[in-house]
Write a protein that binds this ligand. Structure first.
Ligand code: EZ4
Ligand code: CO
Length: 368
């Protein structure tokens, strides 16, 4: 089952996506998401110029060997561009294996550990009233878990009050701090929010300094989630082994594919850390499908982020995964159960785009 061809498809149905399509000599193809928001063409070039020529002729069934070959063989290890590229190859090979075996990928990963996957949606508002209303809309759609973000500055400790008063204790509420605090500030915020029982506080501080989380832990029992920007197990090894976090947010596309993400999850399982994969709309439906197969199978799953894609995006990437009553399922089609309509993709050419950059009032840059 030799790889005959691999192609990089860049399209922009609502936003930019990079997709790798790997085809075997028997004509079976698999897809992998290779989207790195704001740096898309770096991954497209890494794949097209350096990886695709190495793939042709290799046995598509040797997923682990190809992963190690691309990782160690490059000499230059890790980094978002490299790891996103390897992820795309890895995901496409699992898709191919599933199609050849006539099994959904989750069955190849040990089978379902649960009937379906709890997801959380994003409720955003300009002020508290709007945010409360947005949470209500998500509840009406059946969501059991909702991330609430309000545009009101300086009221971080009071929005929890409003929401709990409005909707009671059953709904899981999450909040994303987007790396903006120092550890001691995060400890204080987490402590202030303890009475409202957040499901998690996400990215309280920039996570390059893993030991910085010790300080947060000393001050609060609010659960902590981190890792959407991590690209390898080495970014979270200390966080996991010292039990400094509760949820690891790394996902398929940015952390080396299904193969590497399973290793992260298995390490996390030893230390009572659960998964909470990133699932924003800049991760394509190919990544979401792969994440759902991973989520359904991995035993220490916690929750999956799910932001609905634009209709244009869904038209370019037809898929079998489905949402019902706050839960998702990847479907039982062979492989990942997601496709790309290349003619539709071609109608949406790449558009240069960047992530927003925000500054403090004094002009200092901080992360979005
Ligand atoms: O800013 O996906 O939890 N979700 C997030 C996202 C990220 C984007 C970055 O590309 O923080 O909205
Ligand atoms: Co986030």
């Amino acid at each position: 089952m030799r790889i005959a061809d691999a192609r990089v498809i860049v399209c922009s149905p609502g936003r930019n996506f990079v997709t790798l399509k790997v085809t075997t000599e028997d004509g079976v193809y698999g897809l992998g998401d290779a989207t790195l928001n704001g740096r898309e063409l770096a991954v497209a070039a890494y794949l097209g110029e350096h990886v695709v020529p190495l793939l042709v002729g290799r046995d598509a069934r040797r997923i682990e060997d190809i992963w190690q070959y691309l990782y160690k063989g490059a000499y230059w290890r890790r980094g978002p561009v490299t790891m996103t590229s390897i992820a795309a190859v890895d995901t496409a090979l699992w898709d191919i294996l599933g199609k050849v075996a006539n099994l959904p990928v989750y069955r190849l990963l040990g089978g379902a550990s649960r009937e379906a996957v709890m997801v959380y949606g994003h409720a955003n508002g300009e002020d508290l009233d709007e945010t409360v209303a947005a949470v209500g809309q998500y509840l009406a759609m059946g969501y059991k878990a909702i991330r609430a973000q309000s545009g009101v500055p300086g009221l971080a400790s009071t929005y929890g009050v409003g929401l709990r008063q409005e909707y009671g204790p059953d709904v899981h509420l999450l909040h994303d701090v987007h790396h903006r605090l120092t550890p001691i500030e995060a400890g204080r915020l987490g402590r202030a929010l303890e009475p409202y029982r957040l499901f998690w506080m996400e990215d309280p501080v920039p996570a390059e300094l893993q030991e910085g989380f010790r300080l947060i832990r000393q001050h609060t029992t609010t659960p902590i989630a981190v890792g959407e920007v991590f690209n390898s197990i080495h970014d979270c090894q200390q966080l996991i082994q010292e039990q400094l976090i509760d949820y690891i947010r790394s996902t398929v596309v940015h952390a080396g594919g299904i193969t590497h993400l399973r290793k992260i999850a298995h390490l996390a399982d030893l230390f009572h850390v659960r998964t909470g994969c990133h699932g924003a709309t800049d991760l394509s439906p190919v990544c979401l499908a792969a994440a759902l197969h991973f989520d359904l199978s991995v035993h220490n799953f916690g929750i999956q982020e799910y932001m609905r894609h634009h209709d244009e995006t869904d038209r370019v990437f037809p898929h079998h995964y489905r949402f019902a009553d706050g839960f998702m399922h990847p479907g039982d089609a062979p492989g990942l159960g997601v496709d790309i309509d290349e003619a539709a993709a071609a109608r949406h050419p790449y558009q240069r785009a960047y992530l927003p950059v925000s500054r403090k009032e004094d002009g200092t840059v901080h992360s979005w």
